[in-house]
Every structure is written in structure tokens, then in C-alpha cells.
Design a protein around this ligand. Structure first.
Ligand code: AMP
Length: 129
């Protein structure tokens, strides 16, 4: 599974070189080019799936999530903790349509409570207008 127009597929094949934080035959992790935290690494399956809902086989999911700990270890996050995040689709503002796990850490991250969500919190009781 490969999409020649997909930037993360190009990273997975090496067409776009990155410094791998962690890599095996199934996944590759590399630092986000616009980090939101002191540690902000992206972990992707090498096969192309547009998002977590794209009929991703369970073995692929297992290999992807199994690698999270490897990335956390490589980045020194295991003691203090970290957050993983998977944006999916338009409402989540997913910008790259190749499944990826954000691994964030290196500092305290508040829980996403109403205060942190700012004006979006006013929509918490509405599904859609
Ligand atoms: P999302 O909005 O969840 O789709 O996240 C996509 C992420 O990919 C963003 O945080 C971007 O900064 C990051 N990104 C896009 N292109 C690259 C790239 N070539 N190398 C590293 N990070 C990238």
C-alpha cells in the first residue's frame, strides 16, 4: 500500500530522508517539523492508511502501537510520561492523510478541559449546529 502523492509515504520509502527516531520493517518515527512540545515525534506505519478509520488491519495497529514505547524510550519520556494523539479527519484538523501518532512530551501538558479548549468549549453541548 503506497500513495505516490503522500508525503509520509515518501518518508517511509526514504524518498524524503529523515533522521529516524525509531524504525523497523513496519513503522518509522521522526520528529515533527513544527514541534508543539520539547519532544514531538510522529510515528507512522510504512503502509499507507489515510487515518485510523481506514480499515487498518489489526496486526498493523498492533505493530504501530507496539512501537510507541520504543519511541518513548528513544526520547527519554518513559519516566515522566507523554501523550499520544491521533487526529482523524476534518473535525480533528488532520492535515496529513497518512495515519500517524503524535508522541508529545518533555514538559507538563494540561488535560484538555473546558478552560484549555477556549471558545470551542462553548460548543461542548452541541454535536453540530
Ligand atoms: P496532523 O495535523 O495530525 O495531520 O499532523 C501532521 C503533522 O505532520 C504536523 O504536526 C506537521 O507539522 C507534520 N509534518 C508535515 N510534514 C512533515 C515533514 N515533512 N516532516 C516532519 N513533520 C511533518
Amino acid at each position: 500500500m503506497h500513495d505516490e502523492n503522500c508525503i509520509f509515504c515518501k518518508i517511509a520509502t526514504g524518498e524524503i530522508p529523515v533522521e529516524a527516531v525509531y524504525e523497523n520493517e513496519n513503522v518509522i518515527a521522526f520528529d515533527d517539523m513544527e514541534p508543539l512540545m520539547p519532544v514531538h515525534t510522529l510515528l507512522i506505519p510504512k503502509g499507507h492508511y489515510s487515518d485510523i478509520g481506514d480499515n487498518v488491519p489489526e496486526d498493523v495497529l498492533g505493530k504501530l502501537f507496539g512501537a510507541v514505547r520504543k519511541v518513548a524510550e528513544a526520547k527519554g519520556l518513559t519516566e515522566r510520561g507523554y501523550r499520544i494523539l491521533i487526529n482523524t479527519g476534518d473535525d480533528a484538523s488532520q492535515s496529513v492523510r497518512h495515519l500517524h501518532v503524535h508522541i508529545l512530551g518533555g514538559g507538563h501538558m494540561p488535560r484538555p478541559n473546558d478552560q484549555d479548549w477556549g471558545s470551542s468549549a462553548t460548543n461542548a453541548d452541541k454535536f453540530y449546529d
